[in-house]
Design a protein around this ligand. Sequence first.
Ligand code: HEC
Ligand SMILES: [Cu+2]
Length: 484
Amino acid sequence: MRLLKTVCLLFASGLLLTSCKSEPKKEMAVVDNSSIYIKGTIEAELTSPPFVPAPVGNRTAKKLLIDMEILEKEGTMTDGVQYVYWTFGGSVPGSFIRARVGDEIEFTLSNHPDNKLPHNIDMHAVTGPGGGATSSFVAPGHKKTFSFKALNPGLFVYHCATAPVGMHIANGMYGLILIEPEGGLPKVDKEYYIMQGDFYTKGATDEKGLQAFDMTKAIKEDADYVVFNGKVGALTGDNAITANVGETVRLFVGNGGPNLTSSFHVIGEIFDKVHIEGGSMINENVQTTSIPSGGAAIVEFKVEVPGTFIIVDHAIFRAFNKGALGMLKVTGEENKKLYSGVKQEGIYHPEGGTIQTMPNNDKKKVAVSNVEKPLAKKIADGKQLYMTTCFACHQAEGQGIPNAFPPLAKSDYLNADVKRAVGIVLNGKTGEITVNGNKYNSVMTKQTLSEEEVADVLTYVYNSWGNNKTNVSVNTVKEVKSSH
Ligand code: HEC
Ligand SMILES: [Cu+2]
């Protein structure tokens, strides 16, 4: 059977070669998807992981309407560890989109009014500037629509591309869009959606509580968690994906990154087919496939024997110590001819489920001194704080983001009143304000900083970007605090 297939393939490619030589124009016409005619309009079905919408099948190309909502929300990274995820459609990865080549996709991106930040979307399936990013930048409480024609079939990543881009991706802003070829993908029995991502937290791996994003670790690519579908255990135990013996399973696998390449592997299975990098080339009989950050792969295999098959990033410390571990549970008749051994479910459970780390010793020192730090030291410390706490909104050069976050650079509002600025950092701020002639009516959340940190960060801000060089003392912060 395999031999016959190979012979046919050789024969077919031989034919192709000859026809290419004699009629190259005709070959070109077949791959020009820009002129595929669209007929009718439908709304896209969107699903959260690990599920995917129904196959496109052999429907004609259409205008496909997609409505996606961005939600910033707290979720569970692992037992006892909370994290504020930024999501496309409420899940990490974001909703799965299924379309076909030639579809004209009209995409509406809504940024929920309770969100704190502007976002956008860069879809790798888009042929156009920024993959849509330039046309979809949207502030909280707004929505934006743009459209594109799906020219190339394949499995594509989409992600947020708002500055700081790495931070938006690290907080979970990625997902997959599948563009099926003409006639659809071959039918299989089970299809699932898995996407890897790396996460960076202020505390060490498994340190309890609500964990903030850590920019320094992200830049060092020193991940605390490497997970499938946004959290440790999203695909284990009761959340495992399932199949029956004899079925063919297709996994749409993406890697959001932001940093790490996935060595994607299913322990005890061999991928019969891999659409390399999510494109049209198919490799066969693959053990581990490499999925770059911002890339994808489609893997397919028939499950012949029952058992629990462990899905891992085969950079294996990530699997056993950082969470990159899922399960495919296959039920059905044993087949002793194919596999005679004793089924040992659980042998690949993560070691105790947690990492063996030493307790975190570098407890923050409590400021006791009454002596004010030298100005240069305050500015240096303040800058570090600014780059981890304030810059997500006010931006690296204090320039802010129009209509969303006021500037701190040359801000008349800031320079007019130091105590008011201290109050804002201590208590947050809502309600309309005017900065450099522009109105803002948004929310700045209360920052949980010590008095010394408030003094440092504001001193840095006042001594940067053309501001009035005020040295904010800890005493001023204390005064403002006690007057509330
Ligand atoms: C989550 C986003 C966010 C973060 C983080 C944030 N701010 Fe703000 N900030 C805002 C918003 C929004 C406003 C305007 C509030 C309003 O409309 O009432 C604001 C207003 C201000 C203002 C007064 C307006 C101006 O431009 O002079 C100051 C000063 C300020 N922030 C300083 C800081 C400092 C310092 C930090 C870090 C310690 C910080 N902010 C962190 C969103 C943020
Ligand atoms: Cu974003």
